[in-house]
Ligand binder design. Sequence first.
Ligand code: SAH
Ligand code: SF4
Length: 349
Amino acid sequence: MPLEITSVREKPDIRSLTGKELEDYFRSRNMPAFRAAQVRRWLDEGVRDFDKMTNLPLSLREELKKSFRIFGVNIEKKLVSGVDNTVKYLYALPDGETVESVLMQYHHGWSQCLSTQVGCKMGCAFCATGMGGFVRNLTPSEMLAQIEAAQQDTGVRVSSVVLMGMGEPLENFDNVLAFVTGLAAPGGVQIGMRHISLSTCGLVDRIYQLMEHRLQLTLSVSLHAPNDELRSRLMPVNRRWPLSQLLQACRDYFTATGRRISFEYAMIDGVNDTPQCAAELASLLSGMNCHVNLIPVNHVAESGLHRSGARRLRDFQQELSRRGINVTVRRTLGADIDASCGQLRRGDQ
Ligand code: SAH
Ligand code: SF4
């Protein structure tokens, strides 16, 4: 299967220079140091294009374009699927940390899966990101830069985003809120709330906090088990916020926002994919206005967990459907580049 692996070295990101370094850059070209302050002001105002820095002479803008990029992230590594147009990026942040992001083509346009943290504290048993521990939160501009870098690299326009990359978005609440509310701003990437999905492992207090903002985004909740015993084994967060409280929060969220909740359920062979699990899940969700996404679990070496077979998957789906639950099996994109997040960074590919 054709697989393109590219290691990309870019021009330096101008935002990674200190004030002094930027002044030195201008001085070394016999230009006044106040240009540094002008550039910095544009950057602080969110301008990401040297051509829009209209108080700089044209020749200087051209020179800056040759010397620098204005992204908060650099493409460190890039994998292009040979089976579909999926692209997976490993981005380097200014401090040298790395995060992953995946660009996917659907019939309605391009969707990008973004990271919200470097690593994650939540320690889910099946997740490569969780296994690496937590490093730090991403800033709103580092989230935005993931989109800008992919658009610039591929020339496509990203029309929807899912916060399903590395990290737990609701743990990084303020930055994620600033990011999603800024996405539709004029002059930016212009992605409306209805084209944003936010996925959480189920931080109940934060779901209520998000509810207060009455956003029109889609809330996805990672469920992965139909009872507390199993869910606590797979997802430690369940010991803090058990299913009864999580589902009550989801019902309240729907009532307050009118937005249907989407539940993610990773199908793990012999663990959560039995007919009994399907029946339990159907009872748990009965009467709720929701949607269930079944995802064959991606194999992560240390987890010892494997994806369910096609037959188990089909039986599970049919049982939920039969019991009146909206259910789909997520299309696998980028199968040859293992497009789920957390593995590229750990050097598994
Ligand atoms: N922290 C958030 C969002 C990032 S994880 C959350 O947990 O929801 C995005 C999705 O990928 C979640 O539904 C998560 O459960 C799922 N996921 C993690 N590891 C996976 C794996 N190995 N296979 C399939 N899905 C996985
Ligand atoms: Fe964190 Fe989500 Fe992975 Fe769990 S599944 S460890 S919450 S990124």
